[in-house]
Each structure stands twice: as C-alpha cells, then as structure tokens.
Write a protein that binds this ligand. Structure first.
Ligand code: ATR
Length: 282
C-alpha cells in the first residue's frame, strides 16, 4: 500500500507508456517488502530541466531516464560515476539530500548478461551498430577488461567516430569496419558478437539478420539486444551453427537490477524481474 512514508522512484521519457521498467521494479519492491513505488512520468522534450527540478523538490529518490533524455539530463546533475562520464549518457539517477548522481547501467546490463555465458576479460568482441547502446556497451566492456573491441556499422564513418572516442581512454586493440567482407574475416576469431541495431525488431522480424550463420562459428557467443521478438533472426542463425545465444531480455533485466541496487543497496532476485517482464511481453 502507498502511504505518506512510501519512497518514490520512477522513469522519465517520451514516450514512456510502453516502458517495461515499472512492472519489473514494482514486482521486486513487493517481493522484498520494500516500501517503494516506481512511477512512469511522461516528460516531453524541452521539459526535462523543470521536471528534474520538480523531482528534487518533491523528494523523489531515484530516476531512470529513457529517450530522449539520457544525454541532456547530465546538465541537471551534480556528479557522474565513471562509466556515465565516459559514455556521456545517464539512464539512472540517485538523489540524496543535496546531491544528484548519474549512472549508466545499460552497459553493465549487457556485460552481466554476456557473463552468464562467458567471462569477457581478454576476449575479442564485435559490436554491430554505433548508436547510444553500442557506445554504452563498448565503454563498459573495456572497463570490464575485454581484450579487443571492433565496432562494425552500416555507416563505417560512425563506427570509426565511436572507435576514436574509445581510443581516448583505452589503449586496447580497437577497430572500426563496415558490414562487409572485412566483418566476415574478423568474425573467424571473435569470441562474442553483439547486435545493438534495431534490425529484426518487431514489426520487422523477417528482415535479413545483420550477420548470417555462414559467417559464424560454434564457439561464438551471440547476443542480440533486441528483445521483441524474444527469438530474433540473428539468434536463430546462431542456433544453426550451435553457437551460444544471449537473449535481449537479459540486458534489460540486468540494467534494471543494477538501478534497483543503486537506489536501495539491495540486489533483487533475477527471477522476480524476469517473471514480471515475461508477463508483459506475453
Ligand atoms: P541507439 O541509440 O538505440 O543505439 P541509434 O542511435 O538509432 O540507436 O543507432 C542505431 C544503429 O543501428 C546505428 O548504428 C545504425 O546504423 P547507421 O549509423 O548506419 O544509421 C544501425 N542501423 C539501423 N538500422 C539499420 C539497418 N537496417 N541495417 C544496419 N544497421 C542499421
């Protein structure tokens, strides 16, 4: 029951009505008997400054940020943790008495999801795509000790821009490529392949996957961050060669678990988040 003592957290985005975070977090608050509530806030572009001021003044304790606010929100924070600073985007905020600290749990979510299957330390990883998700995942992988990261993107120049940003902080082997023969060559000795593009996402689930089975090998781990449909074309290609697959739902769950931990100090059970998510995804 919500009372005068209930702690409020939530998500600001535009749109926000389809967010899967409220059911996941509220299920965990209930399971752990924590007096918290997670609320969706529809904050339009242009209104974020006032919404953040309002959140502070109303004693909201934590926030997630989604499109289009992940970069602009930094202007309204007092501190950033290391990963958020490097990535240049924030998806989680914790408010204390006079302070607002920004975190980015998207990359942590992806690393934890992959590490259920294989440790990332020292590995060669190819990331397809060069947008915000690719950026968060690439920085977090490097912070987690991967050996080599290659960014492969339809627009090669964008891949190289991200590679150059990574190079400013890390002196690992880092590269950029297009989605062409070079990608096929590099995949031969790659340990983990991560798709961060929307290719294969509902309602385009029948589109040709960015990488097909003839380019994969059985020791490859393939992660698609697309979670709708659960079984994407890319993961079906991986199945064909006996490669291990990591579903997009895992990153979504782990980024939420990490935000929950930042706010409450408690790591909630994976299964509670998963059950709530699967109920929503049907
Ligand atoms: P996000 O911030 O969510 O990661 P984004 O910034 O829109 O998303 O980035 C989407 C990425 O998917 C881009 O790298 C984009 O490639 P381009 O830089 O060439 O635009 C990639 N992408 C989108 N649609 C694609 C498609 N049909 N085939 C290949 N790559 C695609």
């Amino acid at each position: 029951m919500i009372t005068g003592k209930t702690t409020v957290v939530g998500i600001m985005g535009d749109p926000v009505e389809h967010s899967l975070s409220p059911p996941m977090h509220n299920a965990a608050f209930q399971e752990l008997k924590l007096d918290y509530v997670y609320v969706p806030f529809h904050v339009k572009r242009g209104n974020l400054a006032r919404a953040m001021e309002g959140a502070r003044k109303m004693g909201i304790m934590g926030l997630n940020l989604t499109l289009p606010h992940k970069i602009e929100v930094i202007d309204y924070l007092d501190e950033l943790d290391e990963a958020a600073e490097l990535i240049g985007a924030v998806n989680t905020v914790k408010f204390t008495e006079n302070n607002a600290v920004g975190y980015n749990t998207d990359g942590v979510g992806a690393v934890k999801a992959i590490e259920e299957t294989t440790p990332v330390k020292g590995k060669k990883i190819i990331i397809i795509g060069a947008g915000g998700a690719a950026r968060a995942i690439a920085f977090q992988l490097l912070l987690s000790g991967v050996g080599e990261v290659l960014i492969a993107n339809r627009t090669r120049e964008k891949a190289c821009n991200l590679r150059n940003d990574l190079k400013k902080t890390f002196n690992n082997s880092l590269g950029c490529l297009g989605l062409d023969d070079e990608l096929e060559m590099e995949l031969k000795d790659t340990d983990v392949l991560i798709n961060t593009t929307p290719v294969g996402m509902h309602p385009h689930q029948d589109d040709e996957p960015v990488v097909t089975s003839d380019m994969m090998h059985p020791d490859l781990v393939v992660n698609d961050i697309v979670y709708n449909p659960l079984e994407t074309g890319l993961l079906r290609e991986a199945d064909k060669v006996g490669a291990q697959t990591v579903h997009g739902t895992k990153m979504l769950i782990y980024q939420g678990i990490e935000a929950f931990r930042i706010w409450t100090g408690i790591t909630p059970p994976f299964e509670v988040f998963e059950t709530a998510l699967m109920r929503e995804l049907g």
